[in-house]
Ligand binder design. Structure first.
Ligand SMILES: [Zn+2]
Length: 437
């Protein structure tokens, strides 16, 4: 369903033609930049009383000059839809974001470009996307509850954590406060609450394969490695920082929705066309990307330790690179992210390199980044700030959200590697230590 209306910007008093495509989210806060004066404008659609549509306006109002028929092109035109990438440009009757999304899927499926994309397959893929969006529509109503549960895990009162987690999961409360049982609840909450953002099969596979992988490693050297991770507090503080990212993903939900759609088109079509997002909050999401990449960089220390164990039976034993050798993991942990990849020889874990846009990360860290809301363009200079001409790189806000999503998924997958480390400690090391006393 779509509604077309003209809006008047309260700042410049000029009109904008809008076509609003309906999502099934109960509250739909749409945001865009005034094409006349660059002011931030918003329109919130509330479908609680469906079939009625309740609109509230922010920085704009319903225009007194509505066109009787279709838009005639007097005003700049904007498509808005929470769930799909929308195109910039002229109004074309019928080319709604929903139909353009279907056409993008057809195009992605039609590899040879002869126009015979598989309609049935496209339909199935679309159903898959809708399935995720429907879960998201329910979960976003529980966003505060999810944040509270994660926060309780980080606090001291684990009994209350189990209680509130059980309420969220709608399952009987786990009364055990043993760390392995508390952790099992945590991972269940996280898997359930972030299902639409993650690729469940990936994390499930890691959870299944990790124990087998670990039992093939040199047992004493593995224990030494896991002990090192806990004694230095490395894995505990890393885990806490990982968990702090999850609530921020919920905060970025609106802008992540169209990025989820790109799963279906494999980043083609929609990403390459001048496509946009109908909810904008670049300034609050900018640091999220940088922070996730920082965490990934720390998670690589764990990947490296396992890799060394597998190849050289010692977590601290690195391959020789350009005639030099790193002394140990501690030294590795101080390396730049770009250097860290060099030491992962024939790695056991398939790292998603797309999760690491180092130029973008550097540009954000040094504040060499500029966002243009009207164009939804992000211009960044990785080595900016120096008194010299440096090349500027550009990406759309949609591509940026795609990068956030991919980085988050990699962090989430590596969080499942961490999960196995915790179980190993609780079920093997701690029990051994107890038996030894
Ligand atoms: Zn304006």
């Amino acid at each position: 369903m779509n509604t077309c209306m003209a809006l008047t910007c309260l700042t410049c008093e000029e009109d904008i033609d809008c076509r609003i495509g309906y999502s099934n989210r109960r509250i739909q806060p749409l945001a865009f930049t005034c094409p006349h004066c660059d002011s931030s404008l918003g329109i919130t659609l509330d479908i609680s009383r469906a079939p009625a549509s309740d609109f509230t306006y922010h920085g704009c109002k319903y225009s007194d000059k509505q066109s009787k028929g279709p838009f005639v092109g007097e005003n700049p035109f904007i498509d808005l839809h929470l769930d799909f990438p929308v195109r910039a440009g002229e109004y074309v009757m019928g080319n709604t974001p929903f139909l353009m999304a279907i056409s993008d899927i057809m195009q992605a499926l039609d590899g040879d470009g002869d126009g015979d994309g598989d309609g049935q397959k496209a339909h199935e893929m679309f159903q898959f996307h809708s399935f995720h969006l429907n879960i998201l529509n329910t979960l976003c109503e529980k966003s505060e509850e999810i944040k509270r549960v994660i926060n309780l895990y980080l606090g001291k009162n684990k009994k209350l954590f189990q209680k509130r987690a059980a309420e969220f999961l709608e399952e009987p409360e786990v009364t055990s406060l043993l760390p392995e049982d508390v952790n099992a609840t945590l991972y269940k909450v996280v898997s359930r609450a972030f299902l639409p953002f993650t690729v469940f099969a990936h994390s499930a596979e890691i959870s299944k394969e990790m124990p087998k992988f670990m039992f093939e490693l040199h047992p004493e050297k593995l224990i030494e490695f896991i002990n090192q991770l806990f004694e230095s507090n490395f894995v505990t503080s890393l885990h806490r920082d990982v968990l702090k990212v999850y609530p921020r993903i919920l905060d970025a939900e609106l802008s992540l929705r169209p990025a989820l759609f790109l799963d279906l088109t494999d980043n083609n079509g929609a990403a390459k066309a001048a496509t946009r997002i109908s909810a904008q909050d670049f300034s609050s999401i900018k640091d999220l990307y940088k922070d996730i990449v920082e965490i990934l960089s720390r998670q690589l220390v764990i990947v490296a330790g396992f890799n060394n164990l597998m190849h050289r039976h010692d977590a601290n034993s690195f391959p020789e690179i350009n005639g030099g050798k790193l002394s140990d993991l501690q030294k590795y942990s101080t390396k730049n992210l770009s250097d860290k990849f060099k030491y992962l020889d024939d790695c056991w874990y398939k790292i998603e390199l797309k999760a690491f846009n180092l130029d973008l990360r550097n540009a954000i860290a040094h504040n060499n980044i500029h966002y243009n809301g009207t164009e939804q363009n992000i211009a960044y200079t990785p080595n900016g700030g120096r008194l010299e001409q440096v090349a500027e790189q550009n990406m759309t806000f949609l591509q940026f959200m795609r990068d956030v999503l991919i980085a988050f998924r990699e962090m989430h997958n590596l969080n499942h590697v961490m999960k196995s480390i915790f179980y190993f400690k609780y079920l093997i090391l701690d029990k051994r230590a107890k038996a030894g006393k």
